[in-house]
Design a protein around this ligand. Structure first.
Ligand SMILES: Nc1nc2c(ncn2[C@@H]2O[C@H](COP(=O)(O)OP(=O)(O)OP(=O)(O)O)[C@@H](O)[C@H]2O)c(=O)[nH]1
Length: 294
């Protein structure tokens, strides 16, 4: 029996928990069962109570207090503790059946997705061995980043870093679309969705003086110029061309108020995990009975 899941990731405040809530509501509206796992040891409030909550094993607040660690070190400690107590996570997941979507709500600390091995190791546990969950990563980036183009490309690099580190089916999502509607023309927005390197050249917020401005990029100790404004621009452009040239990243648009938007994202997750191929046709009554049991 296969299991299906999505790992909801992205920087702090990208809208991960809000997306999880909207996705769970959408699944309920579609009469599809969901198993909600909170893996953020600092999360406080939930619209839907998690079926499994890492805070029942360990909380970031306790770790910070007892181990005198900061929030980032504390988070890594929590995940290492989880890896040493994997039964806490794996035992309840053993019983989840193939009609469920398992939604993992992840923390926002970016180092978890960039340079520590704990998340790839956790993903191996979920996708291999007895659990054998077919997973799709959903990486969220705030749509408001499109107003600041270098920031958008930097966010895109963090999405790529997660893609490369986790080596699992992956979709990228521009969240909080309601905040940019009307601010960015539809045609322009398409250039962010299918990332276009020329966005860096056409940036209306970029002043001509930025080309020559090197005073902000001096080494504070030696006062040597580290990189001129134009060199930064060339670097940004080269990164953008790499992303564009290899079609490495594209985005789905998320508006949590819009059922069609949620439905479209869910169908990408289902395609990536091949959910529909494994489903037996079911009688509606059988479905309702399952939902009542939850
Ligand atoms: N306008 C708008 N605000 C949103 C949306 N999604 C999230 N927010 C707001 O953005 C803030 C962060 O949302 P969360 O869902 O908590 O983000 P998160 O990624 O889970 O945050 P962390 O767990 O702290 O990393 C909250 O104030 C939300 O109300 C959205 O689609 N539209």
């Amino acid at each position: 029996m296969s299991k299906y899941g999505t790992l909801v990731m992205g920087p702090a405040g990208a809208g991960k928990s809000t997306f999880c809530t909207a996705l769970i509501q959408h699944l309920q509206n579609s009469k599809r069962p969901c198993f909600y796992v909170n893996l953020d040891p600092a999360a406080e409030e939930f619209a839907f109570e998690p079926d499994l909550d890492i805070k029942d094993l360990i909380s970031l607040e306790d770790v910070m207090e007892e181990m005198s660690l900061g929030p980032n070190g504390g988070l890594i400690y929590c995940f290492e503790f989880l890896m040493e107590n994997l039964d806490f996570l794996t035992d309840p997941l053993e019983d989840v059946t193939e009609d469920y979507l398992i939604v993992f709500d992840m923390p926002g600390q970016i180092e978890l997705y960039t340079h520590v091995p704990v998340l790839p190791n956790l993903v191996k546990v979920l996708m291999q061995g007895s659990l054998n969950i077919r997973m799709c990563a959903a990486y969220l980036l705030e749509a408001t980043f499109v107003i600041d183009r270098p920031k958008f490309f930097s966010g895109t690099l963090s999405a790529m870093s997660a893609m490369m580190m986790l080596e699992m089916p992956h979709i990228n999502i521009l969240s909080k679309m309601d905040l940019v509607k009307g601010q960015v023309a539809r045609r322009d927005l398409q250039r962010f969705v299918d990332v276009d390197a020329d966005l860096i050249d056409d940036d209306p917020s970029r002043k001509p003086s930025d080309e020559e401005d090197s005073k902000n990029y001096r080494d504070p100790a030696t006062k040597e110029s580290l990189m001129s404004g134009s060199a930064f621009h060339k670097l940004n452009k080269a990164v953008a061309e790499l992303i564009d040239g290899f079609s490495m990243v594209s985005f789905l648009k998320l508006d949590v108020q819009d059922e069609d938007s949620l439905g479209a994202i869910l169908s990408y997750i289902d395609d990536a995990t091949q959910y529909h191929e494994a489903q037996e046709p079911r009688e509606p009554k059988e479905f309702d009975a399952d939902m009542e049991e939850q």
